[in-house]
Design a protein around this ligand. Sequence first.
Ligand code: G4P
Length: 528
Amino acid sequence: MSNTLLAEVASRRTFAIISHPDAGKTTITEKVLLHGRAIQSAGTVKGRGSGQHAKSDWMEMEKERGISVTTSVMQFPYNSCLVNLLDTPGHEDFSEDTYRTLTAVDSCLMVIDAAKGVEDRTRKLMEVTRLRDTPIVTFMNKLDRDIRDPMELLDEVETELNILCAPITWPIGCGKLFKGVYHLHRDETILYQTGHGHTIQELRIVKGLDNPDLDAAVGSDFAEQLREELELVRGASNEFDKELFLSGELTPVYFGTALGNFGVDHMLDGLTEWAPAPMPRETSERTVEAGEDKFSGFVFKIQANMDPKHRDRIAFMRIVSGKYTQGMKMKHVRIGKTVNISDAVTFMAGDRERAEEAFAGDIIGLHNHGTIQIGDTFTQGEDLKFTGIPNFAPEMFRRIRLKDPLKQKQLLKGLVQLSEEGAVQVFRPLDTNDLIVGAVGVLQFEVVVARLKSEYNVEAIYEAVNVATARWVYCEDGRKLEEFKRKCSTNLALDGGDNLTYIAPTMVNLNLSMERYPDIQFAKTREH
Ligand code: G4P
């Protein structure tokens, strides 16, 4: 291991934001980029559909509905770190993408609307981060509004999400009377000023809790209340413990307002100081450490036509170890071929630039001409397969049919490609010529039809189909599997990757089959 490589790796922080829709993820992303000096003034992240940015039909759709369908990656320097922020789609229908993105990060920022507390989607996403014990930093947002009692919010996080809370900052007032936060580790009060939402504000700080300047700055009632509350907080809540944080058992908590651009920098200070540098990753062969000399990485997302002029598809790869240099040779392990990568892209603050070098923890984009699939591993020669990149059994199904029956081949090609990039799942029943599309959320269906039309020139429509749920089926005993296939062929299909799937008309039917065939494994998730 070379020292430069180790230093580069040690400076990386790769994280994603998890939150319930409307909690403020987009606004925080914008402020994070502002503090990372990646943008000049806030208000430029949303609605950047103009100019050089891509506008295919489905991106048009994204714009119209004001939701973010795509995952983007932003890199910026902060303190002495190089931070990679992976944006995840906020809309529930794209949760599969979100789940897979979470396999590519080393920590997460959980954003909570402090007026609402813990909400549904945060609960779900936290379950996912739990699978890998991902360290979590918490930001309680919207302090410029009337919020719930802060102590109660911490209690709710602790009991509902089963993670200990260690407040790092503590709020003084809220809503119109929001005065700022007291930083428990720095023993100082940082005062809030309104009207600085779009630029980095000059900090106004009062040192010490007993400083009379504090009474002057926030009013003696608030100062007194703060002193009392802090006594309670110090007695009743947990102190920050780095070990517990790294094992995902404790979260440092910050208070602020993303809209008012206040507190985001405190959170970033904590994240860059404590969040882990690129972590090791498991393969089916061995554990790969980030500091290893040899390059390795895995693909967690494929996105089509970011630039309609090029009609290209980009495979997002998380580098797990070593260093990428322009023009290097990599082994594409699944197909056993060595490829020359001359034109990978990085994502400096959202704009694509050619990556000359990149290190463990970074994300690079590979141009994909249909050979790369989600979950693929690339190495400098070793046969490794990174594990833990899931596919989820869809929960909604439709039969897809062509308006012009002569285009069956294009339709199948389009669907298989879209399923490779995880946009949708496709099932071909063993006994019929139907094509069944499965999705986790209803919006996926619309995206698929729009993309089939714009990218494959195929006009397709949906019909209802009698499928309620699907499970991937496995059996070690080949003979039993054959018998099962014979007896249940009407309920069996192949997915886009030719994996055998049981498509059940009802949950009752599924449960009966599971009872009847105890030797067959029915899996809700499948590893890519
Ligand atoms: P999301 O990506 O998590 O869905 O949330 P987003 O940042 O889009 O924020 C959702 C709404 O909450 C937006 O208002 C945004 O302005 C507001 N918001 C975010 N942070 C704060 C905050 O700290 N304080 C207050 N008061 N509001 C905040 P909107 O009206 O839905 O959208 P917009 O028209 O302002 O874009």
